[in-house]
Design a protein around this ligand. Sequence first.
Ligand code: C2O
Ligand code: CU
Ligand code: CU
Length: 486
Amino acid sequence: MPKSLSRRRALAALGAAVAAPALLGRAGPAFAAWQRPQLTMSPLYEGTLGDGRRVFDLAAAAAETEFFAGEMTATIGINQSYLGPILRVRTSEALRVNVANGLAEPMTLHWHGLNLPAATDGGPHQVIAPGSVWSPEFEMRQRAGTYWYHGHMMHRTGAHVWAGMAGMIRVEDAEADAAPLPSSHGVDDFTLVLQDRRFTADFQMPYSLSMHDVMAGIAGDTALVNGVVSPFLEVPSGRIRLRLLNGSNASFYNLGFSDRRRFWQVASDGGLLAAPVELTEALLGPGERAEFVLDCDDGAAVSLLAEVFSAEVQMMGGRGTADFLELRPTGPIRAAGAMPDRLADLPVAEPSASVETRRFMLQMGGGMGMGMMGGGLTINGKAMDPDRIDVEVPVNQTETWVIENPSPMFHPFHIHNTQFRILDRSGQPPAPRDAGLKDTVTVAPGERVAVQVRFDDFVDPDRPYMYHCHILEHEDAGMMGQFTVV
Ligand code: C2O
Ligand code: CU
Ligand code: CU
């Protein structure tokens, strides 16, 4: 964790966290009787097999979602009213995804974390017109892990994801099958999309940004898990696994449990770590995933909490908290055994393997700080231009990309089409939980993070992939660039 965060331990103070969402105070008497709702899990969607391919049908459409009893909120969903199904895929399967755009505006759908041809990536160039269907075909090359998909329309990514255009991808393989970890979906293994949303007094969540929101990113005071406000979840009284996505537009979540119990992080963005890492808290930036394993074998309810670092919070020197989920153990207590001490074969990254170094400077208005008007959100001084290729990367070349953050905010830097390794943070080796495969890395103010990347296929000099800040308001405002594999 960046040093600037480790000084600000607040989880300890959260033991007696509020049970009701922050909205309660604002909504008045209607919610005097608010009770934690039960978590609903998005369905596992296996698609259909045909043509030697696994075929998924996804349909995006405007919808209404009942986040608060009796109140309907306008949303966008995929095959449901908010968010989408969890796609279940095995490594090396051939896929076709039919993405139907039922909205009145163009959209795209991007497969975050996957290595695939640029034409199938679903970034800003693969636009799906209203009423039409886009059907990319690609092979699942990722190892087992927790990936996701989301809207990525130029200048509209923030709006679309805020409204609900996102879902999870659960990839399985033989190595993960063999790991002695909980793995029954919905039984002892739960896939959770963590988000925060800002609701109006009439329970809508319009995406109308002030200039401040553009600079700070949009954040809210209501915690959602899979689209449910601060729910509870019944879990077996034993060992469980949580596959977590920070699906917020702009908030950083320093996650931990209300009683500060230890847990193990077993996977990062690109799947299993070499070994479990024991923790009591873990920072997850927008777009990042982590899998936690914890023991609920004392029969006591415990809550998954987050100390929330939105830009707003950072700039005001304060902190917010989110009470995401209460875990309620049920059934006979099953003592959990020792954790395995190895999970996967993951060689340590070798800095000397890199033959090229590139720099990416994340800038906000030339260092004038927050709060200035119309500040440029750029990378290396340039705002995203879909007609400009910023970097041409030779195929099969191992490179070091150095991401520098001279701005006063944290930025989660994401690179398409790859799982990279963190080499160092301002010269310090990555923490064990950061030493696995990553596609998004949080860069603290003043920090310089070196990552090792390599693109070993899919040469296409005409179609770029993106790299960008995963604060979606920053991405939409220009903190994004394009690279081709040549
Ligand atoms: Cu998760 Cu370019 O995006
Ligand atoms: Cu991506
Ligand atoms: Cu940013």
